[in-house]
Design a protein around this ligand. Structure first.
Ligand SMILES: NC(=O)c1ccc[n+]([C@@H]2O[C@H](COP(=O)([O-])OP(=O)(O)OC[C@H]3O[C@@H](n4cnc5c(N)ncnc54)[C@H](OP(=O)(O)O)[C@@H]3O)[C@@H](O)[C@H]2O)c1
Length: 330
């Protein structure tokens, strides 16, 4: 069994509320490859190992079994509720008309919690597609982004925040132009934004836009999601763990390139949420944060290696007459 990490040694970031969030967490999307029970077992193992931040979502279809892992961890005294930072997200078919509250109610029942630490709008439009659908699938009911429509969903997010059911609220898969349209209209501003971040896709403009506004970035696909669903793969996609700059630094430190990706992100200021059900991997991901940091030249070398290569293109959310996935990311 992997060596436990004292969670108090894992650095945290402070949110505007004064709440702390660990600088690294664990993702829980099984990528259509790992079943709910495998993910739930890994969550239980990760809690015992010292993880305190878990990124969940209703669409990952495993919150009910992850809830059992949380409950068992509380009952056995491994961790107390208030020591965990649990996030979840409202899926695209639950925007508007009170559905955000319904979605959160189901998430809370499934996760066996009274509140989540953060709740996100998973995608900024109500364009539903079932999990696991084909990459070429299109839903004729899909629509382009509308600030007015988004704000109706956001006002429901503000309600659940006021009710205390979500300690913090956040957005995901946003762009600067969309944020410019909505931030000034928010009564309660997002304090966290989830975005794709890895060496081959660094999004420096969006990243620093958020940092300047005290919105903490959480980086998804931090290792370049090598096992992402086939619908999200194209021949031109970069593989972060094979990038020469990343491999050279990994060799110099004697570590796996995946860990270089994570160290770079934590040192840059984002919160990576790597996924693995394999103890060897999720243990290494937590341990590496406490081991030898990257040097300034290594950080600079990765910064220069950005390929602007988005992996989660979201093409299944396109509306019927949209030309290509780039239309989602204006
Ligand atoms: N907000 C959103 O729209 C959104 C979108 C995508 C993802 N997410 C969140 O972000 C999380 C992470 O993204 P992701 O799962 O797509 O990608 P990822 O974390 O970049 O990659 C996961 C893969 O990396 C491998 N890996 C993990 N640790 C490793 C290590 N130490 N050495 C070698 N390989 C390692 C794992 O392989 P093995 O399986 O072989 O261990 C795993 O399949 C998700 O689980 C989800 O919670 C959010």
């Amino acid at each position: 069994m992997a060596e436990r990490v004292d969670p108090a040694r894992i650095p945290s970031r402070t949110l505007p509320s004064g709440s702390k969030i660990p600088c690294i967490g664990m993702g829980t999307f099984g990528s259509d490859r790992y079943g709910p029970d495998e993910v739930s077992t890994a969550v239980g193992g990760a809690i015992r190992l010292g993880y305190r931040l878990f990124d969940c979502a209703s669409v990952y279809n495993n919150e009910d079994v992850i809830g059992k892992a949380f409950e068992e961890s509380f009952k056995s005294g491994v961790v107390r509720r208030e020591e965990l930072f649990v996030t979840s997200k409202v899926w695209n078919d639950m925007h508007g008309k009170g559905d955000v509250l319904l979605s959160l109610a189901k998430t809370l029942r499934d996760l066996r919690l009274d509140y989540v630490d953060a709740f996100f709008v998973h995608w900024p439009f109500p364009n539903y597609h079932p999990p696991g659908c084909d990459g070429n699938a299109r839903n004729p009911g899909s629509v382009p982004f509308s600030a007015d429509r988004f704000m109706r969903t956001w006002s429901e997010m503000e309600k659940i925040s006021r009710l205390g059911l979500a300690k913090h609220i956040g957005m995901s898969n946003m762009t600067i132009s969309k944020l410019e349209m909505v931030l000034s209209r928010c009564e309660i501003k997002p304090v966290l934004i989830e975005m794709e971040l890895h060496p081959a896709f660094q999004q420096p403009e969006l990243f620093y836009y958020c940092v300047q506004r005290k919105i903490q970035p959480i980086g998804y696909c931090p290792i370049g999601s090598p096992n992402r669903p086939d619908r999200d793969k194209t021949p031109k996609d970069a593989a972060d763990t094979e990038m020469p700059e990343v491999v050279a630094i990994a060799k110099a430190h004697g570590i796996h390139p995946a860990l270089v990706c994570l160290k770079w992100q934590v040192q840059r200021g984002s919160i990576p949420i790597p996924f693995s059900v394999h103890e060897k991997n999720y243990a290494a991901n937590l341990h590496c944060i406490l081991e030898e940091p990257l040097g300034d030249a290594e950080m600079a070398s990765i910064a220069k290696a950005d390929k602007n290569c988005r992996l989660v293109k979201g093409q299944v959310f396109l509306w019927p007459d949209a030309e290509s996935w780039e239309a989602l990311w204006d």
